[in-house]
Structures are given as C-alpha cells and as structure tokens.
Ligand binder design. Sequence first.
Ligand code: HEM
Ligand code: HEM
Length: 181
Amino acid sequence: MSRYSKVAITLHWLMALMIVGNLAGGFLNDYVPKEGGQRALVMGLHMSFGLSIIVLTLVRLGWRLANPPPPLPAYFTSGERVLARASHWSFYAAMLALPLTGWALTNRNDLPLMYFGLFEVPKFGLDTVTARGVGEIHETLGWVMLGLLALHIAAIIKHVVMDRDNLLPRMGVGRNSGPGA
Ligand code: HEM
Ligand code: HEM
C-alpha cells in the first residue's frame, strides 16, 4: 500500500496540531482574559509556535522535494488531481506566509519578541502603520488557512463516502482496503 514516509507523516500531524492550535489561539484571542497575564501567555505561545512553523515548513519542503510523495490513487480524475495538488501547494504557501506576516506585524509595538522565553528574536524594522496593515493580511490569511482546512477535510470525507476509499492510511492512520490500496 502506498504511504507517505514516516518523516512526512510525523511532520504532517505535528504541524497540523500546531497550526490548528495557532488558528484557535489567534481567532479566540479576544475571549482570553487579559487579567493575570493569560492573554499574554497565549500570545507568547502563539508567536513561538508560529515561528517554529517557519522552520518546520522549510524542513518539510526540503524533505518533500528529496522524497516524492506516493502517487495519487489511479481512480482520481484529472480534476481531482489538479485540486489536490493546488490545495496542497496552497497549504505550503500559507504555512510560510502566515507566520512571516505574524512576525512582521509584531513591529506594531516595541515589546520584545521572545522565543518560548528563551531568547529574543529580532523584528523586521517596519513602522507601526505598515505593521498594522500587515496584521490585516495576517488575519485574512488565517481565514484562507481555515478555508483550506475545511476543503481538505471535506475532500477526505468525500473519498470515504462517495469513492469508498479511505485516504487516511496514506497519512499513517489505520490500514487501507479501498480502491486506492
Ligand atoms: C491545518 C492542518 C493541516 C494541514 C496544514 C495539512 C496539510 C497537508 C498537506 C500539505 C498535505 C499534502 C502532503 C504532500 O503531498 O506534501 C496533506 C495530506 C493529507 N492530509 Fe492534511 N493537513 C492538515 C490537517 C489534516 C487533517 C485534520 C486530516 C484528517 C482529517 C488530514 C489528512 C490528510 C491526508 C489523509 C493526506 C494525504 C492525502 C493523499 O492521499 O495524498 N490533514 N495535508
Ligand atoms: C502558522 C502560524 C500562524 C497562524 C495559523 C496564525 C493565525 C492567527 C490568527 C487566525 C490570528 C487572529 C487574527 C484576527 O482575528 O485578528 C492571529 C493573530 C495574531 N498573530 Fe498569528 N498566526 C501564526 C503565526 C504567528 C507568528 C509567527 C506571530 C508572531 C511572531 C504571530 C502573531 C500574531 C499576533 C501578535 C496576533 C494578534 C493580532 C491582534 O491582536 O489583532 N502569529 N494569528
């Protein structure tokens, strides 16, 4: 059965967890109480995990270029192939653009940007107005990422329900017995 490599599977699930956590931490930020430094803690984690995502995405892209993914199941139509490739590459683009715009928007104030409280990370040197503008792009990209995730999950459900093929084993979850096996 064709599967992604162990490294690709580990990176996929580790990063999915971090990205979903960061989407939640970002969008639900306003609901976290400011008292007792709770919001600052959530944002600190958001920024540190976000910066880690830049490094992990570069590692993952390098790994993917050196280790091509398993071929898509033969029954996929040409439309499905185009959609799968386009959405996967859009994910990679968002996995870089989101944290980079997040990093750039930190120039809206003079607070030091810390990595898990361990060391200070340099900022971009943008002026406050530009940094706020980049913040708008960061938010829009957050919605784009959420949309891609919805499409991604809908595609997996569509394959189970309509094609009787579970794609999850390709990403290391369970055993495959459908037409893609
Ligand atoms: C934000 C979270 C997620 C991101 C960024 C993400 C990203 C990706 C990317 C980029 C690929 C293509 C890998 C490649 O060819 O290089 C992929 C494949 C895959 N993902 Fe996700 N994913 C996420 C969450 C999920 C979730 C929640 C599920 C399960 C419901 C899932 C199931 C899969 C499966 C089964 C594949 C393999 C598709 C195939 O058969 O080729 N992913 N994912
Ligand atoms: C893949 C990684 C990331 C994701 C998915 C993500 C997602 C989000 C989302 C959805 C929001 C809420 C936007 C809004 O409603 O205004 C947000 C806000 C924010 N993000 Fe990120 N982000 C990521 C990385 C980063 C990084 C690396 C930094 C900084 C180093 C950062 C800094 C911020 C800040 C400061 C806010 C709060 C903006 C405000 O108060 O309006 N993010 N992020």
